[in-house]
Design a protein around this ligand. Structure first.
Ligand code: ZN
Length: 242
């Protein structure tokens, strides 16, 4: 079974469209989404609709739950909170209903999925050795998928040794030995200095993960962010991938 893993779309329709076209060319058996369909970006409804149609599994992220009013906006940065408030004013009933049915964690086959981490599926960023080790200790599946940090990662625990980290575009990981924690990176707001949309192909039979990047018209999403009156910094950061 080959699975396309996407995460952190954040209302960036042009990035999602480019990834979905790349997924169509790849022809996986399923699409899994690790959450944060909305927030930051100008097209929450189109992104929710496309993910609802395409994804066999979809998790709830902190921005999705924030838009639904289930998290305190005090815990969001000022720009993120402003975008959550804006998203509430434009979110369709269909999109709201879809988000309301999502959970921040799931399990499929030999894979455990979390938006944040096993320790805190909603909020924790797995960006340190300690967090990666805790994530692998709190799970038992050979592969653990997380999103939320917007950075493509591959970390392996082989007995007691932890190794790996930020994954460059185009890299291929063999996960047949040890237990692995993988983050596909972000479709709609990459933060690893590469502005291209990130996603991952997980080949569960061959036990290989292929990290993909695809360019998209960043300037179109930027123009929509400005037109919507969202914080301008949310447009600027997309060009730098930060
Ligand atoms: Zn996110």
């Amino acid at each position: 079974m080959r699975v396309a893993v996407i995460s952190d779309i954040h209302g960036n329709w042009h990035a999602l469209e480019a990834v979905l076209q790349a997924i169509d060319r790849e022809g996986p058996d399923a699409v899994w989404c690790l959450g944060d369909l909305v927030g930051y970006g100008p097209q929450p409804n189109g992104c929710c609709e496309a993910v609802r149609e395409r994804a066999e599994v979809c998790l709830a992220g902190n921005h999705d739950l924030g838009v639904l009013g289930l998290l305190d906006l005090e815990d969001f940065s000022p720009d993120a909170a402003a975008a959550v408030r804006w998203t509430r004013t434009v979110l369709s009933e269909e999109a709201r209903a879809y988000l309301a049915g999502l959970e921040p964690s799931a399990r499929r086959a030999a894979v455990e999925l979390f938006h944040g981490s096993p320790r805190d599926p909603v909020w924790e960023y797995v960006l340190t050795d300690e967090a990666a080790l805790a994530s692998l200790e709190l799970t038992s599946a050979p592969v653990v998928l997380v999103g939320h940090s917007h950075v493509p990662l591959a970390v392996v625990l082989d007995r007691t040794q932890l190794a790996g980290w930020v994954v460059p575009a185009g890299a291929e990981i063999d996960f047949s030995q040890g237990r692995w924690l993988l983050n596909p990176g972000s479709v709609g707001q990459p933060r690893d200095g590469d502005p291209r949309a990130a996603w991952l192909v997980l080949d569960l039979a061959a036990r290989r993960a292929h990290y993909r990047r695809v360019p998209y018209p960043v300037e179109r999403t930027q123009a929509e962010i400005r037109e919507a009156g969202l914080p301008p910094a949310l447009a600027e950061r997309l060009a730098a991938g930060l």
